[in-house]
Design a binder for this molecule. Sequence first.
Ligand code: SF4
Length: 73
Amino acid sequence: MADKNDKVAENIDGVWYVDNNCISCGLCISEAPEVFKTNDEDKAYVFHQVPADDPEAKSAMDSCPVEAIGNDG
Ligand code: SF4
């Protein structure tokens, strides 16, 4: 489960976020390229917020191998 107290710094405010457990696998960016991108350290972060029930963002969350994607919605 993602930790909202350990968010990647670049996340924009909103329901979706990535925490620092991200291992830079790139799956979330493939699943939801309008929501996730990578920072200078190749960690994913949320650059565009979508609703909490957005199907692509939810699919990305389900695909993340280390459960680094969180949803506070
Ligand atoms: S799917 Fe998870 S581990 Fe992979 S890049 Fe996205 S947040 Fe990081």
